[in-house]
Design a protein around this ligand. Sequence first.
Ligand code: GDP
Length: 300
Amino acid sequence: MFESLKKAIKNFSDSITTRELSEKEIESAVNEFVHELIQNDVAYDVAIEIANEIRLSLKDVKIGRFTNSHTIIESKMKESLTKILEIVKPPDFYQLVSSIIKEKGLCTIVFFGVNGSGKTTTIAKLAFKLKEKGFLPIIAAADTFRAGAIEQIKSHAEKIGVPVYLSKYGSDPASVAFGCVQEARKNKRNVVLIDTAGRMNTDTDLIQEMKKIVRVSKPDLKIFVGDSLVGNDAVNQIRTFNSDIGIDGVIITKMDADSHGGLIFSVARIIKKPIYFIGIGQDYSSLIEFSPEVILKKLF
Ligand code: GDP
């Protein structure tokens, strides 16, 4: 996780060697860093903004004779990156869910994302966490399109001991979502997690289907699940889903398998929606709450 981005940061601070930081020296180090950021899946415009931020923070920095230049540069980098990560710092997820339950008796969350991004696994991980924390989740298997999707969610639900609301393949996903909300009210479940079909963001039928699910189930939160490994493609997916359906937050999966991790910075600068969780493995406990501190710890 982040090995390559971490190396880029280290290269940057290693490349500045003089004590009086000249404009020329900063410029050359920053230009190289922009290049490395782009290699690490940070979108071009975002890399330029990060560079500007760093350039500004290094302006007028003087490194004393007995201070370690490496430490000072790193702390300036940390400051700049923290500023960016703060944009996507989420509210406490479980407190948010609790307050919605308090107000409405039930919290409904719908998940979007393209196939293979890890959406179904993430829903199972989150249901597992919610159950551990004393919530009463139920999962709606509203992906009635992809062969195997219903069995997959059913198998996860059995393993984690969470009920699932099922229907047949080909049935209307919006009616499955609605049925699950009713079932939750009837059986005193308090968090409804709706799994949806994940086709490409360019599929207009899918977008219509998602809009109908939203109209009918009236979710409190609409969360996009994006795959870290597809890098900037995920930014385009989030943009489309956000403009067509509107999203409230993001979960980024497979961070454990991604040495780049630049997607987080692109989401922060371009999408500006909270990143609630990051996926760091395949088992149910491998979902951690996002915070700038967690990311900075991995980067420095
Ligand atoms: P969906 O099509 O979006 O529902 O994707 P799935 O939930 O079926 O996941 C696709 C693959 O990604 C599965 O093999 C998952 O185990 C894997 N996966 C999901 N989240 C993570 C993660 O955080 N880390 C890793 N390494 N694999 C993940």
